[in-house]
Design a protein around this ligand. Structure first.
Ligand SMILES: [Fe+2]
Length: 688
């Protein structure tokens, strides 16, 4: 589809960008560009490519008595800027924290471009590289990376360094076309180093951000104003590896929780109890808009900059049937920026990105009434039965919720008997998602899903008496209290829709869990029916600690369940993630592993009902994932690096822990997806 220059001007303005349109006149740059990176301390970036356009970004802050009011951007088809194809000038102001967005348009599809910014004094940004998407009928395979959860305060971004190093060694046809970031781009919960001189686990806390206002909660700080949220992005983007990645590929970003608030939902925060935070949600949205070049819709699309709507922190008293708070300020805050959207790469890839935080109902397992259902001696898990009853509310079991729930020898009235089921997406976004899935004609409908979908279970009900502790009910334990595995009713609704409409090729790409996982998603698992509808791949965190690391530093040496979480052949030996083994094979297999020291023999005691849906799981892995999507199959490669406690000085970002590739072949309706492991490099950590 050909779009006119005039249309592009309107389009650019709608997401707060100026337009640099490719003219027919290709010329060598005549600008006196002198690279001055310290005037552009957050580097450059590009985002949301389409076949004809991409958004470019930088920040030119006042520095060393030099304040620029204007930048020229140049877009060229060569890194030396001898073939400049588009240029324009943009104004800078403190209103957008000196950030700027440009829509480079009229570009050729599936092409590499270079771009740079220069101020009125000739001080230039570094040179960025970006890539447009292929046209819709292009049938060639598409490669891209997906990542999540970078905690710059607690670790190095070695994953990005490796991603760059590997990409530079590939041919253009095999190189990454973009990086999908599934959220936790920043962590708003910040410990100043002096708050925790002992560090965090074995990690050193870096001095990444100081909030100009901020609020101290227990021993950490959270942002309170837009200046605080901006300071967070400014601090994070000083990271050299993250900055180099943003300068090499276009990013496609979806936020998760930490871009606003750790236990945030809609415009509410939860630090030992829910409290209203409409003003902070707006502030978080504004900073995200200013720092992530994306095709997203502000509530004031007619203005270049994000204008904060006036809201007050007001408690929500009324909710719709999806748990959406009807308080006007809540609606204003969450609608101040709409970022769920789709993007397409040729005939094989449509990316459907959902916002899993802004419209979700309050996570029920965080509420006070869930406290009596905490299995206290069992770290990181809840009862699957309890979660199911709580999540389903009055819709549980087709509208037959129980009056009471038995747990730990007590019978407690079901506090959710008359309540709405939970919703992750809200009614409007859910309808949008289902329609996008139904209407998509591409081979792979890739759901960019900030949170994981499939269940991680442990069969604690099968613990032998000798374990010294007893699981409080007859069913499974489940991890994760606020992702899709706890929003089960709506998960089933989406899966049932996909099945009933005979939609195939849906694969969820997920973050948030700080673990690598490959699996199939079914509305239920044994002893109920196992009927996979879609495939799922979860990427390990770039750097934030995961559950294995937490257990390593939190579980006491004499904890009765230590063997379920941690495996150590001797006091001096490295601790290994028995938790991987327990989630795949069950508690009896992990106890046998401890007893025999032989993983293959331990498998004789595995529970085949536990995880028929899982192909791979590693709760200790960090790194990134690469998707290769072709017309017949989709491959996902997990690139796992060693725990990034410190930044590696090596050009390859430091040692690889392992690389594992899984493949899903295109499937026909009725057949269902299947996952095969096709390649392993290095040793997998207790994954058999
Ligand atoms: Fe995270």
């Amino acid at each position: 589809m050909h779009i006119s220059r005039r249309k592009f001007i309107e389009l650019a303005a709608s997401f707060g960008a100026s337009l640099a349109f490719r003219s027919g006149y290709v010329h060598a740059s005549s600008i006196q560009w002198r690279e001055q990176r310290d005037f552009y301390p957050q580097g450059v970036a590009s985002g949301d490519p389409r076949p004809d356009s991409v958004i470019l970004w930088t920040r030119r802050a006042p520095a060393k008595n030099s304040t620029a009011k204007k930048l020229i951007v140049e877009v060229a088809s060569d890194p030396g800027f001898r073939r400049v194809v588009a240029t324009t000038s943009v104004t800078l102001s403190s209103e957008a924290d000196w950030t700027t967005r440009v829509l480079a348009a009229g570009l050729k599809p599936r092409s590499v471009y270079w771009y740079r910014f220069t101020d009125e004094y000739g001080f230039g940004s570094r040179v960025g590289r970006t890539i447009t998407a292929p046209v819709e009928k292009d049938n060639r395979p598409v490669s891209f990376a997906f990542v999540s959860c970078q905690n710059i305060q607690m670790g190095g971004s070695n994953a990005y360094r490796r991603m760059i190093w590997e990409d530079e060694r590939k041919s253009f046809a095999d190189q990454l076309s973009f990086v999908l970031h599934l959220g936790d781009f920043v962590y708003e919960v910040v410990w100043y180093p002096e708050d925790r001189p002992q560090g965090y686990y074995a990690r050193r806390l870096r001095d990444v951000v100081r909030y100009p206002h901020g609020e101290k909660i227990r021993d950490f700080h959270v942002p309170a104003t837009v200046d605080d949220y901006r300071a967070l992005y400014r601090g994070y983007l000083l990271d050299p590896d993250l900055q180099d990645a943003r300068a090499r590929w276009p990013f496609v970003c979806m936020w998760d929780n930490h871009e606003f608030s750790w236990k945030g939902w809609q415009s509410q925060q939860d630090f030992s109890g829910v409290r209203p935070a409409q003003t902070r949600k707006v502030a978080a949205n504004q900073a995200w808009f200013e720092y992530q070049p994306s095709r997203v819709v502000k509530s004031n699309p007619d203005r270049d900059s994000f204008t904060s709507p006036a809201v007050r922190d007001t408690s929500i008293r009324e909710f719709d049937d999806h748990g959406l708070g009807l308080e006007p300020g809540n609606l204003t805050a969450i609608n101040s920026l709409k970022i769920y959207r789709t993007l397409r790469w040729g005939r094989n890839v449509e990316l459907i990105l959902t916002d899993n935080r802004s419209y979700r109902s309050e996570p029920v397992m965080h509420r006070a009434e869930a406290v009596s259902f905490q299995p206290k001696q069992f770290p990181y898990v809840l009862s699957e039965n309890v979660v199911e009853v709580f999540d389903g509310g009055r819709e549980f079991d087709h509208g037959k919720p129980p009056d009471e729930i038995s747990f730990n020898g007590n019978v407690i009235a079901n506090p959710r008997k008359h309540s709405s089921p939970q919703s992750m997406l809200g009614a409007v976004q859910k309808a949008w998602l289902l329609e996008k899935l139904r209407a998509s004609s591409v081979t792979w409908k890739l759901w960019g899903n900030s949170v994981g979908m499939g269940d991680w279970r442990i069969d604690f009900q099968n613990l032998p008496e000798s374990a010294g502790t007893k699981w409080p009910d007859a069913g499974y334990a489940t991890f994760m209290d606020d992702d899709w595995s706890a929003y089960r009713q709506e998960r089933s609704e989406v899966l049932d829709f996909i099945r009933s409409k005979e939609i195939t090729g849906v694969v969820a790409l997920c973050g948030d869990r700080h673990a690598f996982e490959a699996g199939l998603v079914s509305p239920s698992l044994p002893p109920k029916a196992f009927e996979p509808v879609i495939a799922e791949f979860v990427t390990g965190s770039i750097s934030a600690p995961g559950i294995f690391e937490a257990a390593e530093y939190s579980l006491l040496k004499d904890h009765p369940l230590r063997a379920i979480y941690l495996y150590q052949t001797s006091r001096e030996a490295t601790v290994q993630p028995a938790i991987n083994f327990s989630i795949m094979h069950g508690v009896r297999a992990s106890l046998a592993l401890k007893r025999t020291g032989d993983a293959r023999r331990a498998l004789a005691e595995r529970n085949p009902q536990l995880a028929p849906h899982l192909s791979f799981i590693d709760l200790g892995g960090h790194g990134y994932s690469v998707v290769r999507a072709g017309s017949a199959e989709l491959e996902v490669e997990f690139v796992c690096i060693v725990r990034p406690l410190e930044r590696s000085e090596r050009a390859d970002g430091g040692p690889l822990a392992y690389r594992v590739v899984h493949r899903v072949k295109r499937w026909m309706h009725g057949a269902g997806p299947q996952i095969e492991r096709t390649r392993v490099e290095g040793a997998l950590p207790l994954v058999l």
